[in-house]
Design a protein around this ligand. Structure first.
Ligand code: GLN
Length: 552
């Protein structure tokens, strides 16, 4: 079957939840038995978001094939079963880069290279390239209609309908319908303007997703319909929700999936949404709660830990518990000590990170969790912190560190491995301190062997797993024997035994660090094994504390 396309654009302002809307549409189409893929087009000049500051742009999401992508791909993977990779996210920068490379190679045979048709053709080729073997490709355009940057993308998607046919492309516009408290009115003018801008560049939206805090009544829908030239039934109320996983059900309640398949002229089975309903039921009616301290640097911007936050709350679903995330600034821990911030919490997590700010605070937090026997989960940098803490305070290796933070450390327990076999490229990689920052990262899914009889095995119930990486530094094998002699268990290693992927401790209720980022693979309906195990351990720790308090 020839693929159909749904193009999602946004208007009025950013952060309207376009990514969640696209992901939710994907979920609804899958519930009707259709296969989908999703793609994000970002209008900035960076070639990929890998080098962007997470303060500005939020998390960098990593796919199996090692693409560093926009965080919306995380939503897409959590809501659907689409297999995403390099091809599913591209930027203006990457488009221009490849057009300019072709121009230098002489591919354009002396012609003048222009935005139309060269840039727009390149965009269309990239869109068509993901749609090969699926029923529907959902294409989200980043930014807001009216931005200078997104014009070539909008022009390309306008042309796409001409190229592939009217019934094969629909345009869905996500817009804001604000409630103005002073006058007690819901205002449609911003939506009218945004749609007018879109029509000005030749795109008539087929469906409007109206983000609003109050339900839109029929009169309002008729008004929007009239001014925006969209049928009233295609004006969808996209109301604020308590949990983001409610969005697919709300859209379905508004008839969105029905309208989409009708417009695209696709026959499908009736949607099966029971699993979503059960999920929402569980999330909205927790029987208990646990509180997890996240010791980080970007405590002010939770967007930079998007997948982590989601994975933690997924971990609570099987035990019907709400997971409270308590963001603790590592530098404050460094200043005031861990007790003040962590004493009341049920688990400690040190997430991934780059740079040296706050590392001593993170190491203090690890020590506190280890000694007080509070469940600890270290992810990537968090595993490295656990190794450093153990080297310093258990093995007595004073000044032990990672060479990322201290090049002259006498005990480089974490370092840049000069040579290692790369399972992805299937060759021996060589690097040193002078290597180029972008090129030296271990990125994407790598195999890991799990040692039987460990916490890791208990969680995964599997001997071989694949997890996604994004880091440069590794455990230094020179210290493996001495650390193992003091009770550190290397429960996950690469198949050749060279790369340490998981460490854990004996004599502790749950203390585990992994060099990879498990949060990227967690889904609400299939919580990640390590997050499930960690949250359960935190819950049991909390019950133990409560029992202790009751009996004293
Ligand atoms: N900065 C560390 C490294 O590069 C950890 C990276 C991470 O946590 N993603 O190895």
């Amino acid at each position: 079957m020839k693929s159909k396309f749904i193009i999602v654009t946004g208007g009025v302002l950013s952060s309207l939840g376009k990514g969640l809307a696209a992901a939710s549409i994907g979920a609804l189409l899958e519930s009707r038995g259709l296969s989908v893929t999703l793609q994000k087009l970002d209008p900035y000049i960076n070639v990929d978001p890998g080098t962007m500051n997470p303060f500005q742009h939020g998390e960098v999401f990593v796919t199996d094939d090692g693409a560093e992508t926009d965080l919306d791909l995380g939503h897409y993977e959590r809501y659907t079963h689409a297999k995403l990779g390099q091809k599913n996210n591209f930027t203006s920068g990457s488009i221009y880069y490849s057009v300019i490379t072709k121009e230098r190679r002489g591919d354009y045979l002396g012609g003048t290279v222009q935005v139309i048709p060269h840039i727009t053709d390149e965009i269309k080729q990239n869109i068509l390239a993901v749609a090969d073997d699926v029923d529907v490709a959902i294409i989200e355009i980043g930014g807001t209609v009216g931005d200078i940057e997104s014009l070539p993308f909008l022009e390309a998607i306008r042309q796409l309908r001409l190229d592939v046919g009217r019934q094969s492309v629909i345009y869905i516009h996500v817009t804001l319908v604000p409630f103005v408290r002073a006058s007690g009115e819901i205002k449609t003018k911003p939506t009218q303007h945004s749609v007018a801008t879109l029509r000005g560049i030749g795109i008539q939206p087929d469906v409007l997703l109206c983000r609003t805090e109050k339900p839109l009544d029929d009169d309002l829908k008729r008004k929007i319909s009239l001014f925006c030239n969209v049928e009233p039934a295609d004006v969808i109320t996209a109301i604020d929700v308590d949990t983001i996983y409610e969005v697919p059900l709300n859209f379905h309640g508004e008839g969105l999936d029905e309208r989409i398949v009708e417009k695209l002229n696709i026959w499908t089975r009736a949607p099966r949404l029971d699993a979503w309903r059960e999920l929402i039921q569980r999330i909205k009616n927790p029987k208990d709660e646990v509180s997890i301290g996240i010791i980080g640097k970007y405590v002010d911007l939770q967007e930079s830990y998007k997948s982590l936050n989601e994975a933690l709350s997924h971990g609570g679903i099987p035990i019907e518990s709400k997971v409270n995330l308590v963001f603790v600034d590592a530098e404050a821990v460094e200043r005031d000590g861990p007790e003040k911030y962590l004493a009341e919490l049920d688990g400690t997590l040190v997430p991934g990170g780059f740079g040296s700010r706050g590392v001593e605070g993170k190491i203090l937090a690890v020590r506190y969790a280890r000694e007080k026997k509070v469940p600890y989960f270290g992810i990537c940098l968090g595993m490295q912190m656990a190794v450093i803490e153990y080297a310093r305070n258990v093995l007595g290796l004073e000044g032990a560190h990672s060479t990322e933070h201290d090049l002259d450390t006498p005990h480089p327990v974490i370092y840049l491995m000069k040579e290692w076999f790369d399972y992805r490229t299937k060759r021996v990689e060589v690097r040193d301190e002078g290597s180029d920052l972008g090129g030296t990262m271990r990125l994407g899914a790598y195999p890991c062997r799990i040692l039987n009889g460990t916490r890791a095995f208990e969680a995964y119930q599997q001997e071989e797993i694949f997890e996604r990486h994004r880091h440069r530094y590794e455990f230094n094998n020179q210290y493996r024997e001495s650390m193992a002699g003091q009770g550190m268990i290397f429960s996950g290693v690469s198949p050749d035994g060279q790369l340490v992927e998981i460490v854990e401790l004996e004599d502790h209720p749950w203390f585990l660090g992994c060099q990879f980022h498990p949060e990227f693979k967690s889904r609400p309906m299939e919580p990640h094994p390590l997050f499930k195990a960690f949250i359960r351990a935190a819950w049991e720790y909390k019950k133990g504390k409560d029992r202790g308090a009751a009996s004293s």
